[in-house]
Design a protein around this ligand. Structure first.
Ligand code: ITT
Length: 383
């Protein structure tokens, strides 16, 4: 099972990886997933902030995500730094924040403290669960040790024999920490929930996907009037199309049990600078993958990516029968777009000839952002 670890904190990524990978989970850091995002932690609890971080990444990635909000609570400081641990007193470095805690406890007898970790797990279908782990201990008199991160050099866990977390081998923390406890609960949950092995995952296209994508597309070229292309392109030509698109736009594939079931991408609408905020979108599903809501999932994931880029207008060029549905073409695609909130922009009558028949084509449109002035430039994907 693949999980994105939604954090910009490398220490956290390392710890999750060390715990989850030996258990058979494939982990991807937020950075590796190509998601560059700093979520504003506006919640007033660890739980709320963990959910904010996990959901923000889920909206972009549409696959399993974990995020945690964690921190140090010091009893004599009224629970501070708490949810402000990463930005305690606005201090810029971890060292300064540690010193601020030590300073706050100068001459104070009660040095009791605890680390708290609240993990939010968002599942493929968008449902979420929270898991909380607590590690009790006390604050040391001074900093000790180089392992770990954050407040580890000043935290002495109750089960650590007087050593700060940073001065113990990293394996100790992996087994005893607040994060380890919360992760264990998460893993238990993942193992006990109904099998989701093979649930569809949406990811960026890879060059090695081209043969399967072409196989899906070839069906529409040969058997339908959904595309007005009449000859199946060669594999090298199809590969060129993929790399041309991904030089600037997202191309996503939906995979289930290692088999690609569909894909969606955006491309240039018109090659003139003033059209930068508009793009044309395309979605194809393998014939046996239709009617499962997968087209919608692909479109939503694509729209989220395009929204991040600052794209505003989406256009889809959709073939429709000139009269009744026939064996090559139905109104299903136009109706699908309408259900997704697209509206008709224009109809081109009898503009495609395939299988000895004339077909209409409609342009459909959808706005996904606000048209302003000045308008910020589009952030192209692969530049
Ligand atoms: P993300 O929000 O991107 O995950 P962050 O570092 O800002 O990264 P938090 O908002 O959850 O994460 O803040 C957690 C802070 O609490 C972290 O920066 C440390 O200062 C401290 N902290 C949490 N877990 C810790 C641990 O295991 N060891 C030491 N300090 C920890």
């Amino acid at each position: 099972m693949r999980l994105i670890i939604a954090t910009n904190n490398r220490g956290k990524v390392r710890e999750y990886r060390d715990i989850l990978e030996p258990l058979g989970f494939e982990t991807l850091s937020q950075e590796e997933a190509g998601i560059h995002l700093e979520v504003e932690e506006t919640g007033s609890t660890f739980e709320e902030n963990a959910a904010l971080k996990a959901r923000a990444v889920f909206e972009l990635a549409h696959c399993c995500v974990i995020a945690d909000d964690s921190g140090l609570e010091v009893e004599a400081l009224g629970g501070e730094p708490g949810i402000y641990s990463a930005r305690y007193r606005g201090l810029g470095t971890e060292h300064e924040r540690r010193l601020a805690v030590l300073e706050g406890l100068k001459g104070v007898e009660n040095r009791r403290a605890r680390f708290v970790c609240c993990i939010c797990f968002v599942d493929q279908d968008g449902s979420q669960r929270l898991f909380k782990g607590v590690w009790n201990g006390r604050i040391s008199e001074e900093e000790r040790g180089d392992n770990g991160f954050g407040y580890d050099p000043i935290f002495i866990a109750e089960d650590a024999d007087g050593n700060t977390t940073a001065s113990l081998p990293i394996e100790f923390k992996e087994h005893h920490s607040h994060r380890a406890k919360a992760v264990r609960m998460l893993v238990e949950y993942l193992r006990s929930r109904p099998a989701q092995a093979g649930a569809p995952v949406i990811r960026d296209v890879r060059p090695s996907d081209a043969p399967r994508l072409l196989e899906i597309y070839a069906y529409y070229v040969r058997q339908t009037a959904v595309t007005f292309e009449t000859e199946v392109p060669s594999l090298p030509e199809f590969g060129v199309r993929v790399s041309r698109i991904t030089a600037r736009y997202p191309w996503l594939v939906l995979e289930e049990d290692g088999r690609i079931l569909g894909y969606a991408y955006a491309g240039v609408f018109k090659d003139r600078a003033a059209y930068d905020w508009a793009c044309e979108t395309t979605v194809y599903l393998a014939p046996d993958a239709r009617r499962r809501g997968l087209g919608r999932r692909l479109y939503e994931a694509l729209e989220a990516r395009l929204g991040e880029m600052g794209i505003l207008n989406l256009y889809a060029c959709v073939a429709v029968p000139a009269g009744e549905d026939d064996e090559y073409l139905t109104r299903a695609s136009a109706e699908f777009h309408a259900r997704m909130g697209w509206r008709l922009a224009g109809t081109f009558r009898q503009c495609g000839y395939k299988f000895g028949r004339w077909y209409d084509m409609v342009w459909m449109e959808r706005f996904i952002g606000v048209h302003g002035s000045p308008q910020p430039p589009v952030r192209w994907e692969a530049q």
